[in-house]
Design a protein around this ligand. Structure first.
Ligand code: HEC
Length: 126
């Protein structure tokens, strides 16, 4: 019994090896270990890649360092933006219709989603 099943395993293995060799003469790609070159492309939201450019073009005309136009703080660094989310209601203000930031009107839904996503993912810096 045992011997029989070993033989049948061996012969089917041999058959598979034969098939593999004959069907894929140039296919040794599978032998290269490929250490996940780009995990989750486009999934991770970071300050440097995603949030900073939005802040730069929508907020820094006032929230510069030093701040302009009576803005109470600057938003020019990772820490400053994170602080503003945690202590100054940044998310509430960018989504507010009655007192939005920027004061001229809310940014696109896409921009606001990116910032919210960044907060949800735990403030990844870069
Ligand atoms: C035209 C100038 C201007 C722009 C542009 C602007 N702000 Fe402001 N911001 C102000 C002023 C003035 C205040 C203080 C008055 C107030 O709270 O409305 C303020 C207040 C804030 C506050 C509340 C601070 C506190 O301690 O209460 C936050 C948060 C904020 N801004 C975030 C932003 C963000 C984020 C952007 C860009 C998306 C932005 N602002 C764009 C002028 C601006």
């Amino acid at each position: 019994m045992k011997t029989k099943s070993i033989i049948s395993v061996l012969s089917s293995t041999f058959f598979i090896v034969l098939l593999t060799i004959s069907c894929s003469s140039s296919n040794d790609d599978d032998l290269n270990p490929d250490p996940d070159p780009d995990p989750d492309p486009g999934e991770e939201v970071t300050y440097v890649d995603d949030v900073q450019p939005i802040i730069q073009s929508n907020c820094l005309s006032c929230h510069s360092d030093p701040p302009q136009n009576n803005a109470p703080m600057h938003l020019t660094t990772y820490n400053a933006v994170k602080q503003a989310v945690e202590n100054r209601g940044l998310l509430t203000r960018i989504n507010s219709t009655s007192s939005p930031m920027p004061p001229t009107g809310r940014m696109s839904q896409a921009n606001r989603n990116i910032i919210e996503e960044w907060v949800d993912q735990g403030f990844i810096e870069d």
